[in-house]
Design a protein around this ligand. Structure first.
Ligand code: HOZ
Length: 453
């Protein structure tokens, strides 16, 4: 990316502010997805011009190390050459057909190589669609209606899952969503993440036999919360005993916490899986699938209807395939990602301790959250003990110092293969000032103007 100035002024620049004023007149809250409004961190958003590798540049020429990475989709960093080239080549052959195309099979082969559990699956366009379809399928397969999700878990914005949801719902401080009929969420029970007793209670609730338990195997939408040892296996055992299906929502963790996501990392096999983000290489693509005997019910083979004009779009398939090809051929990729994550987490802990900021830095390969809490965070109730005023100061200082961190306590930060030494060093320098601000002290050391990360 051509050289720009490292962010050093407080708040967004003039061009960002001008665009935001116009956006406020065109989009609700000035954004096309709520968390982007920066309301939870008390600031105004910057507008992005372009990205390259781990870096972003805003419309005012300020540069940032990016830890949002299109909410985790860009595991290779921004504008990876091979991905962009694959997109260009696919686009030259046509932008979409609404008919079968060989690129659907190309991506499918790569996905199934990494997720052999996906005996059959279908492409859709977003995580929301994938989850909505998986739940419909689970209900049809079991003949049951009740589902169990976790408080603080977020599975997209389909009506039936907007109960005690994390991500933007938690960020906006909403209990659920207006406009969702009570009857639609009446069959949605919530349990506490990392608490098998609460799952057992939900499974045995008089609300009726449960069709499925849906879980983010590593919670990412209430901040990053790893599963306690035995939690995922416990879910597997409990659901099996009740003949309920287990759905892993791996939209965030898929191809991130290991090549084969949580299934590979934790060795627990769910009945159904939802995928998104990384598998689309930064373009809109998602999938749901699992056991062949369950997927048999999907139309036209079976009676469960689900369809989509853009499903299997060749340009998105090409971006996803180029990304997965890289992840498969680069044998050291996950070792490096894991070690960069550990190094960042450790560096943040040390910076916090030096600044006297009480916090918990929680991470799993490629994803990470700083909670301003005194105790390790194990579930949504714990996440809500985090001091969000301190988080807001932490966030604003990072932004001023050239680090683009997710603008919500209830979102995970993501790393990519492009986050090398220089990016991590810049982040840790900025973190010293950010933790000082979080702890209520003045920023210790402003960045050197114009220094390259
Ligand atoms: N709910 C998304 C992340 N968990 C944020 C979506 C966005 O703002 O793009």
């Amino acid at each position: 990316m051509p050289q720009g100035r490292r962010a050093k002024k407080s708040g967004p620049g003039r061009r960002s502010r001008t665009l935001q004023s116009e956006a406020l007149l065109r989009f609700p809250g000035g954004v096309n997805s709520p968390v982007r409004a920066f309301r939870a961190v008390g600031g105004e958003p910057v507008w992005i011009e372009r990205g390259a590798g781990a870096m972003l540049r805003d419309v005012d020429g300020r540069r940032y190390v990016d830890y949002v990475l299109s909410w985790g989709a860009l595991i290779l960093g921004h504008a990876d050459r091979a991905v962009v080239e694959a997109v260009r080549n696919a686009a030259l052959d046509g932008l979409g057909f609404g008919a079968n195309h060989r690129l659907e099979l190309e991506l499918a082969r790569l996905i199934q190589k990494l997720y052999p559990t996906l005996q059959r699956f279908r492409f859709v366009n977003s995580g929301t669609e994938a989850v909505m379809s998986a739940i419909r399928l689970a209900r049809a397969f079991t003949g049951r209606e009740t589902i169990v999700k976790f408080a603080g878990g977020y599975h997209g914005h389909a009506d039936l899952l907007l109960a005690e949801a994390g991500s933007g719902v938690a960020t906006c401080g909403l209990p659920g969503s207006a406009g969702v009929p009570a009857a639609v969420v009446a069959n949605t029970l919530t349990a506490a993440y990392n608490d098998l007793e609460s799952v057992e209670a939900a499974l045995d609730s008089p609300a009726g036999p449960v069709a499925a338990v849906i879980v983010e195997p590593v919670a990412g939408n209430m901040g990053c919360i790893p599963p306690a040892p035995g939690f995922l296996q416990g879910l597997r055992d409990l659901t099996r005993r009740r003949r309920a299906l287990l759905i892993f929502d791996e939209v965030m963790t898929g191809f991130r916490i290991a090549r084969g996501g949580a299934v590979e990392r934790y060795g627990v096999e769910p009945d159904l899986i939802t995928l998104g983000k990384i598998m689309g290489g930064g373009l809109p693509a998602a999938a749901y699938g699992g056991r062949a005997d369950i997927l048999r019910l999907i139309a036209p083979q079976g009676p469960v209807y689900q369809a989509g004009t853009l499903a299997g779009n060749p340009v998105a398939m090409a971006a996803g395939a180029a990304t997965l090809r890289h992840l498969i051929s680069d044998r050291g990729f996950y070792r490096r990602l894991e070690s960069a994550t550990t190094r960042l987490a450790q560096g943040l802990r040390e910076a916090a301790a030096r600044a006297g900021a009480v916090c918990q830095v929680q991470s799993v390969c490629g994803m990470l959250t700083v909670f301003f809490s005194a105790q390790p965070v194990e579930n949504y109730r714990g996440a809500k003990t985090s001091d969000t005023a301190r988080f807001a100061r932490f966030h604003r200082t990072l932004l001023d110092q050239g680090v683009y961190w997710p603008p919500s306590q209830y979102e995970a930060a993501f790393l990519s293969g492009a986050h090398g030494d220089a990016a991590l060093r810049q982040t840790l320098r900025a973190a010293a000032a950010a933790f000082a601000a979080a702890a209520g002290r003045v920023s210790a050391r402003p960045p050197r103007a114009g220094a390259r990360p």
